[in-house]
Design a protein around this ligand. Sequence first.
Ligand code: RAM
Length: 392
Amino acid sequence: MKNWKRLVALGMSTMMLASLAGCSTTKTEGTADGGTAKTEGTSGGESLEGTHVFMFKSTGNSFGDLMYEGFAEYLEGKGEKTAYKSPAETTVAAQVQMLDELITQKVASITISTNGDAGYDEVFKKAQEAGIPIVSVDSEANPDYRVCHVNQAETADIGSYLVEAAVLITLGVDYPGDGKMEDTVKTELGKYSGDEIKLGVLSASIDTPVQNSWIAAMEDELSKDFYAGKVSAELDKKYGNDDLTESTTQAQAFIAENSVDCIISPTTVGIAAAGQALKSANSEIKLTGLGLPSEMQSFMPATADDDAFESVCPYMMLWDVIHLGAVAGGATYAAVNDGFDGKVGSAFEMDAFRDYDAETFEAYQSGDGTAVLAGAPYIFYKDNMEEWVDVL
Ligand code: RAM
């Protein structure tokens, strides 16, 4: 099953590329048509009663804005009201305080990307008692209180691809094409007899569930036999809290220490900060991770004719963030209106969204809770960057 999914994940890249490239998305500050109330921060006096609230980890993160764009567009298409409420700081406490206020205001649902595993139980229980369903997306909420999680792509795949990309980039190998990374890594490492390759990670916060699950998957990948003696099993981890300034400071620490060959940054904020820091310092350390093409264009090759290795980040990956937000909207809508309870095997039908056909999502066991799978990771590299910089 795992292998099949992995093949689908890679095989889908071209299809999704075509689909995504057809989107006429541009990054907008808010999507203020229809019933959308885009109110970030704690202020804002309007009533949120009956509104579906989307809460990201913090404000000022394009990844969160794009997810909300999809969430709002999908739910507005169903005649629902939505609002974007995220705290200024990427902390559990700031989210908890805001959640408490939202429950008092009798919102219809809460869709959240969390800043930590612990500290939410009391406020989630309060939501549950008030009949307000919680759906998590991107970064998981406690399974005891969520209807289900909306998973962007298989965690194990993301961890494997990030490590494989970092190793190939360190070895100066261009992106070998969909489905070819693991074999290429094995071949290249088989020929490699240099110093042990050392990889760094520039993550979000030390507590963020989603980044920590990807780091664990990277460590699993590095424990495979073919890395032994060639790539260190230890990742050098630093945390920039999804804050541009803190992430830049941490990237500069990597540069000063000069002990890693490639930094993997599994956060769009971290990878952009590292891109700028590495480029400014003219560092030899390379970069890959999860990034938005629009934010990474100065640090990546622009066209197929470019030498990818003249850029700080020769290739990186992500998924369709807008569609991910829309699927979260679909799950939330179904939880409120169609009896979707998130139990294993329960399913909901999502209407066609932009270039995506109508689709059924079925909940499966994921850790101690359940999830639906929204998409697959795909690679941005010199052959497709031109198509993507205006899309995501
Ligand atoms: C950042 C956030 C988010 C993560 C993406 C890849 O914007 O940390 O949680 O999923 O990057």
